[in-house]
Design a protein around this ligand. Structure first.
Ligand SMILES: Nc1ncnc2c1ncn2[C@@H]1O[C@H](COP(=O)(O)OP(=O)(O)OP(=O)(O)O)[C@@H](O)[C@H]1O
Length: 359
């Protein structure tokens, strides 16, 4: 699968721009603030229907304009796929596949597998558990639409249960039967999500460890530990034993929406005990593991976006990336870099076709 061309209208700092891409390597080079990361984000948009960097959709519209349009032509299994993602202020975002708008944006997820490696990934280490849950959910959803469906239904049931708990508290009333209706929904969807998260961590774990060794050459142990109270008991049991607490708090305090994915070096959190280099290696290993797993599960080689990666990496890590992409099985890669000469020097070592786009 590869992106043949893209055209942007009013997307962030771009008013109107088009590019035709190489099927292998494409580099955006230019000084700070030229829009290199914005270009990668536009490609991310075509795959996920949203920005990797800015969750407030309208802030991706060029200042002073009312809409943006991102249009991409992909080659997928020797078929052409035209994806158009557009957003107008005060109107819901629309994604069209070959002219037909999706009823739900979620239906698009997984069609165009993609992995991004960016300095912003550091949030996965430093931010709260929701960032890591979103990472897990994002990776699993790309290869499993039923997971995404269960997740959306689960989230809806949690919101409704929380609203009910608030209503009971405000009105000094309680109806266990209605709570039970939501408990059942949470049990069904939650247990399915839990099982798939367990399977995901089991599957990605050995790939991640192997990648970490390759990238860092380090001998220390790194671990990914799925942390869930569902290890102790079923969600139905947890919900019923926590009901007094939930009533007092007026929200659902147990469930897969509280899970975490612990990142460890030895037995300690990497956030506190990993050096900066170890943290970087950890994140890149995780993203490479995501790439490999996704490729295996969906049977399509994901597009790889490497944002500012050479700037942040030492020679051995760059060498590893090169060895990864020298492999004939790699797909299309987009790179952003501030140094045109450095990019060209590194890219030439890969012996694949490439295009460089100065911005
Ligand atoms: N909605 C928007 N409208 C207009 N310009 C925007 C919008 N959002 C971001 N920008 C501009 O995009 C530019 C940043 O682009 P980007 O982050 O892609 O730069 P870059 O080339 O990757 O830079 P660096 O090398 O520093 O990472 C900034 O000048 C910013 O003001």
């Amino acid at each position: 699968m590869f992106l043949q061309k893209i055209s942007l209208l009013n997307y962030k700092n771009f008013a109107d721009i088009q590019f035709e891409f190489d099927a292998k390597i494409n580099c955006f080079v230019g000084n700070n603030g030229r829009g290199k990361t914005n270009m990668l984000d536009a490609i991310y948009h075509l795959s996920f229907g949203k920005s990797y960097f800015n969750p407030i959709a309208t802030q991706n519209i060029k200042h002073g304009e009312d809409f943006f349009v991102i249009e991409g032509n992909f080659s997928l299994n020797d078929r052409e796929e035209k994806i158009v993602c557009s957003l107008k202020r005060n109107i819901k975002k629309v994604i069209r596949r070959n002219g037909k708008a999706y009823d739900r944006l979620s239906e698009h997820i997984g069609l165009l597998p993609l992995v991004i490696i960016s300095p912003a990934d550091r949030d996965l280490i430093i931010e709260g558990s929701d960032t890591r849950r979103k990472f897990m959910d994002g990776v699993i959803s790309q290869s499993d639409p039923e997971y995404l469906h269960a997740l959306m239904n689960y989230q809806k049931a949690v919101s409704q249960r929380n609203a009910l708990l608030k209503y009971f508290a405000a009105n000094h009333t309680y109806d266990p039967k209605t709570i039970e209706v939501y408990n059942e929904q949470l049990q069904n969807y939650g247990q399915e999500i839990y099982k798939k998260r367990v399977a995901f961590v089991e599957e990605i774990y050995p790939i991640f460890k192997e990648q970490y060794k390759l990238i860092s050459g380090d001998t220390e142990e790194v671990n990914l530990v799925y942390n869930s109270r569902l290890h102790e008991a079923s969600l139905a049991e947890l919900l019923s034993s926590n009901i007094d607490r939930d009533r007092a708090l007026q929200y659902t305090s147990v469930g897969i929406h509280k899970d975490d994915l612990d990142f460890q070096i030895g037995d300690y959190p990497i956030k506190k005990f990993g050096s900066q280099g170890q943290q970087k290696s950890f994140l890149i290993a995780l993203k490479f593991a995501q790439f490999k797993l996704l490729k295996k599960l969906v049977g399509t080689t994901p597009i790889l976006l490497l944002d500012d990666i050479f700037d942040k990496l030492d020679e051995s890590r760059v060498a590893h990336i090169i060895s990864l992409v020298e492999d004939d099985n790699f797909g299309q890669i987009f790179i952003s870099d501030t140094h045109a000469e450095r990019t060209e020097r590194i890219i030439k070592e890969i012996h694949q076709t490439y295009k460089i786009f100065p911005l």
